[in-house]
Design a protein. Structure first.
Ligand code: BGC
Length: 570
């Protein structure tokens, strides 16, 4: 099938009506409504602005948008501090705008999932304001209170740069309340059935408005139990299984995607027996990709994938390189963390908590070859890839903005004022300044400029996403590493039904050569997928010889000779 934008839309719409496993083939794109496109000149992105950019996303070839929290909020944690789960933040538009956005996205064959913050609310949420009236208020038991700040002392502190305790003193109630994140984000009390029912109601509310699912925020922390780390407790799994069961009832093609930043054995548990989350972010893999690259050695990637490849058939990993948070290094060893920090975050300003607050291009020293290498890994390793908005352009960051805001600057649409993001006359109206560092300045790193240049990083991304879409082996296929003595090389097969895709990556900066035993495919032809170039026939009697220059990769489909294109020379 040749992918014109029209056929892509038809294909996606057809899948939408038939396929409950659509998420296995999907490419996800993470964005914040506030950061994407302003339609009202107030310096903040909004739903109508986002609607005007849906054609861009369809052209890029993504299948599903993941919206960061867009609910009313005092914005002390970029919207993860929700003050009303049933509405849209007035800066971003109205519920009607949201509905229109869903309609327009679906019209283009794009699905939409949204962040849902189950674990906590803002101190400004009415529920907490009522709870503060004391134990006689029915909302009091919606939160976790204690007279002692020593309770649950085995629980770690996640925002370790800012917080010193998971308890905060409430002078009105004269008790401590529990919070796993900022002290202005009290945790909900999931022991209370009313809380569980209310949050299920919230889920149904948004699904009824047409949302295709949720990226569930901070899932490991819902329940607490003395003597434990208060993470990954069976009760937490139990709650999400209930949500899943509810979705199986009337929303069978919607998905739950877990943010569970945990050690591999705990992360994988969130798939349940195929009855909990459809997808889980692959936190175990992400830092190990960066480690393998810095070491120019495949082992870290191979080891982790082998540990976590056995997941239920109806589930899928969500792979990613970067997102709106720091590149988290919580779940690697101390030595590994030190190594990654030294390689990728030389200055203190680049670090926050236990991670690195940088975007993809700056992490990779703006080296186009390495950006292609890692993006191609993202697009071909098992799982469904998530692209963080702007990384398809190679956008830079600004580590001088506080918290994780340096990676949340306005999307760069054009070389015009305010990066084409907003027509606000005064640039200081913008919620955040666009990137003006000369290496990443919006005058050159922007959509309009890159769409015109055939070999821009944006066009490379479009082309590579389109190649991924030509073979379901990428989304649904098995994964087999092909051994080679040369550990700089990562070579693997993705196989699905009668499709076989061979992917080879040189993780080092130097040119290299290697042999692969492809004898099981004797007499078949490798066809390089980016250019449809026929390679020599595979022979049973000797290994196949490849060369790759530094940080290059190639993907091949392996086909019967009559299905291969003609030889390109002779
Ligand atoms: C989100 C963060 C947020 C935190 C607290 C997460 O894991 O990704 O951006 O600060 O939850 O809600």
């Amino acid at each position: 099938m040749i992918y014109t934008p029209e056929s892509f839309i038809l294909f996606s719409m057809e899948k939408q009506s038939l396929d409950t496993l659509w998420f296995k083939d999907a490419v996800f794109y993470e964005l914040h409504v506030r950061t994407f496109k302003d339609s009202t000149e107030d310096g903040m992105g909004d739903f109508p602005g986002l609607i005007s950019k849906l054609d861009y996303l369809a052209r890029l070839g993504i299948d599903c948008i993941w919206l960061l929290p867009f609910f009313p909020s005092p914005l002390r944690d970029d919207g993860y501090d929700v003050s009303d789960f049933y509405n849209v933040h007035p800066d971003l538009g109205t519920l009607e705008d949201f509905k229109m956005f869903i309609k327009e996205a679906h019209k283009r064959g794009l699905r939409v999932i949204a962040d849902m913050v189950f674990n906590h609310v803002s101190v400004e949420h009415n529920w907490f304001q009522e709870a503060r009236q004391g134990p006689s208020n029915p909302k009091y038991n919606w939160f976790v209170w204690s007279q002692s700040s020593k309770k649950y002392s085995n629980a770690r502190i996640i925002f370790s740069d800012i917080e010193t305790s998971n308890w905060a003193w409430d002078p009105e109630v004269k008790a401590y309340y529990w919070h796993r994140f900022y002290n202005h984000q009290p945790d909900l009390n999931y022991e209370n059935p009313e809380v569980r029912e209310e949050m299920k109601k919230v889920v149904r509310f948004w699904l009824d408005l047409g949302l295709d699912g949720f990226r569930c925020d901070a899932v490991p922390y819902l329940f607490e139990k003395e003597g434990t780390k208060c993470e990954n407790l069976p009760e937490t799994h139990g709650f999400f299984k209930e949500v899943r069961a509810m979705m199986e009832q009337g929303y069978r093609d919607r998905i739950l995607l877990a943010e569970a930043n945990q050690w591999p054995t705990d992360t994988i548990e969130y798939f349940g027996d195929g009855d909990e989350f459809h997808m889980v972010f692959n936190f175990p893999l992400m830092p190990r990709i960066f480690m393998s690259l810095a070491r120019a050695n495949r082992q870290a990637i191979v080891d982790i994938i082998q540990q976590i490849s056995n997941i239920p058939k109806n589930c899928q990993w969500a792979t990613f390189l970067r997102n709106h948070d720091e590149l988290t290094l919580e779940m690697v060893t101390t030595e590994e963390r030190e190594f990654i920090l030294t390689e990728y975050a030389k200055h203190q300003k680049m670090r926050i908590n236990l991670g690195i607050r940088r975007r993809l291009a700056p992490l990779l020293d703006n080296d186009r070859l390495t950006m292609e290498l890692l993006t191609a890994l993202l697009l071909s390793l098992p799982g469904s890839p998530t692209i963080y908005y702007g990384d398809e352009l190679g956008m830079g960051d600004n580590t001088y903005l506080g918290d994780r805001n340096g990676v949340r600057t306005p999307m760069q649409w054009s070389p015009d004022a305010n990066a084409g993001f907003s027509e606000a006359v005064d640039p200081e109206y913008l919620y955040m300044p666009p990137v003006v560092n000369p290496s990443y300045h919006y005058e050159s790193i922007n959509v309009r400029t890159q769409e015109k240049m055939p070999y821009s990083f944006l066009n490379w991304n479009k082309k590579t996403i389109a190649i991924r879409k030509k073979s379901q082996a990428f989304g649904r296929g098995g994964f087999r590493v092909l051994g080679s003595e040369n550990e700089k090389i990562l070579a693997f097969l993705r196989e699905y039904k009668d499709e076989r895709v061979l992917c080879i990556f040189n993780l080092s900066r130097q040119p290299t050569f290697f042999h692969l035993d492809l004898s099981e495919f004797a007499n078949l032809i490798p066809v390089e997928m980016a250019n449809d170039t026929r390679f020599p026939r595979i022979k049973a009697e000797r290994p196949y010889f490849f060369t790759l220059t530094g940080h290059r990769f190639m993907w091949f489909k392996i086909v019967e000779p009559h299905l291969a294109p003609p030889k390109s020379f002779e």
